[in-house]
Design a binder for this molecule. Structure first.
Ligand code: SAM
Length: 270
């Protein structure tokens, strides 16, 4: 990777290189029904070739390749790209892997029919730069799919609680944006938004979530304190509860599906 990394990008690379082995087949991200639900209605030919930004262990990239889409899977972390390579091999799929940041995409303008980015944008140093680059590398008519944890709308105490928990669990966490902030940023970039909404997504076990991120003992202790003292708004909005001895809660999970508009035909062509 030739580009200089800023502090947030370095933190992500360190975190995910260290934890890469935890993101494979036992991870909740292997269930890609959210990706399928967003993209199933779009013809495969319109989505190919695709770029999966911040591919992690490659669950989204493997779904796309399984649909017959030519896929480039990119990530800042070499360790995660190695996991993607393993998963693709296991499934007998060909996926090209590239190491680079989400904020600077090393491709020509108009190279892709789809840019996907799932459960990663909250780590980015600049979501605005990512959207600008995604727009540039999509051909006119190409699709953008972003799936990510989101900040609950109109619930500042729940948002602050969630932010503190996520940051303690994994210091490379940046901040979740609300669905309305995502829509605004996408539209400002030039995208035409066809879907932008959140659905509740269950986080099924806080202890598993700690292990996946390699959370330090001290930070685990602080998160457990935050859970015990969670404000009423956070309990209600995020559904914090204990089930069979496990602490569970519900992320608002965003699906943003948007399109780079087709170039308008000039009067003479029509
Ligand atoms: C939870 S994983 C992604 C999961 C994956 N997209 C999937 O569908 O299973 C988050 C990924 O974001 C990557 N990442 C974080 N910040 C990044 C950045 N600025 N540029 C590129 N990748 C980044 C991490 O290395 C990590 O692999």
């Amino acid at each position: 990777m030739s580009e200089q990394l800023d502090a947030m990008q370095r933190a992500s690379r360190t975190q995910f290189d260290r934890q890469a082995a935890c993101y494979g087949s036992g991870h909740i991200l292997r269930d890609v029904s959210d990706v399928g639900a967003a993209l199933d209605a779009i013809e495969t030919a319109k989505l190919t070739p695709a770029l999966d930004v911040a591919t992690g262990a490659g669950h989204t990239a493997v779904y796309l390749a399984g649909r017959g889409i030519e896929v480039t899977a990119a990530d800042i972390s070499e360790g995660m790209l190695a996991e993607t390579g393993k998963l693709a091999k296991e499934r007998g799929l060909r996926i090209e892997t590239r190491q680079h940041t989400a904020e600077q995409l090393p491709y020509e303008d108009g190279s892709f029919g789809l840019v996907a980015c799932r459960v990663a944008a909250h780590h980015f140093a600049s979501v605005r730069d990512f959207l600008r680059e995604a727009f540039r590398v999509l051909r006119p008519g190409g699709w953008l799919l972003v799936i990510d944890g989101a900040a609950p709308d109109d619930a500042p105490r729940a948002e602050e609680w969630l932010h503190r928990v996520e940051k303690l669990r994994d210091p490379s966490h940046g901040r979740f944006l609300s669905a309305s902030a995502w829509r605004l940023l996408a539209e400002e970039t030039g995208f035409r938004v066809s879907e932008c909404k959140t659905r509740p997504f269950k986080q099924p076990d806080l202890e598993w979530y700690f292990r996946t991120a390699g959370t330090s003992e001290e930070n685990r202790r602080q998160v457990l304190e935050l859970v015990a003292g969670a404000p009423e708004e956070a309990r209600r909005v995020l559904g914090i509860a204990e089930e069979d001895g496990k602490i569970v809660w519900w992320w608002p999970r965003l699906t943003l599906l948007a399109q780079r508009p087709e170039v308008a035909k000039s009067a003479r062509e029509t």
